[in-house]
Ligand binder design. Structure first.
Ligand code: DX5
Ligand code: ZN
Length: 216
């Protein structure tokens, strides 16, 4: 199966949001990646529910929502109602992560856990069978346009091994600093899904850039 490409709308032109959503619809992209930041868990505020509603009206593909917020349990139902298909919470933001994951699934969404660069994949060992997706952050969350952290390759390999040994069946997604130079090695290491923000939307021809990533 070819790699899943999820352009991050954080890097889109918010003044032309509908145009950029249509661009993703008409491209080889598989998902829309939506970054929700609360200014507490990460030192940045992105956008919230009304903007996701607007995106949902135009988007024809899976909404992959990445919550960088504290206490995400408070908003699980809200994100379901606004149209999220995949809801990913941060390991570092959840005291009762198992409960949070069950609650996301009970609300009819796929459940993901994101790991900051300093968080070891081994910490997920007791949760592997419950997960639909693991998002490995390859930059510190909070901003687009940062440089890729090289240690990510090893984390992917380790997580893939854990998945094989446990018989679990989750998607391994990589987020941060992804480009056409590191994408082949990420895929070779075991990545199933790649998020790309700046590399797509700051390029001259985002449609072509998405296609190039898809063909990596
Ligand atoms: C960072 C976000 C990423 C970001 C990626 O906190 O989770 O999804 O939008 O942007 P680039 O691809 O520019 O690193
Ligand atoms: Zn993200």
């Amino acid at each position: 199966m070819s790699v899943i490409i999820a352009p991050s709308i954080l890097a889109a032109d918010f003044g032309n949001l509908q145009r950029d959503c249509k661009l993703v619809n008409n491209s080889k992209a598989d998902w829309f990646h939506l970054d929700i930041m609360d200014g507490v868990f990460v030192p940045n505020i992105s956008y919230g529910i009304p903007v996701i509603s607007a995106i949902k009206k135009t988007a024809t593909k899976t909404l992959d929502v990445h919550l960088m917020i504290v206490d995400p349990d408070r908003y699980i139902e809200t994100f379901k109602n606004v149209g999220a298909d995949i809801l990913t919470v941060h390991y570092e933001a959840c005291t009762h992560l198992h409960r949070t994951i069950q609650s996301i699934k009970a609300n009819g969404m796929k459940a993901g856990v994101a790991l900051n660069p300093h968080t070891s994949v081994s910490l997920l060992s007791d949760l592997l069978l419950d997960l639909d997706l693991v998002l490995i952050m390859s930059v510190n969350p909070g901003f687009g346009g940062q440089s890729f952290i090289e240690n990510t390759y090893q984390k992917i390999k380790d997580l893939k091994k854990m998945r094989e040994e446990s018989g679990a069946d989750f998607i391994i997604e990589i987020d941060g600093g992804v480009n056409s130079t590191n994408a082949p090695k990420l895929i070779e290491s075991g990545a199933d899904a790649l998020v790309a923000g700046s590399f797509v939307f700051k390029s001259e021809n985002p449609t072509k850039t998405i296609e190039d990533l898809k063909n990596c």
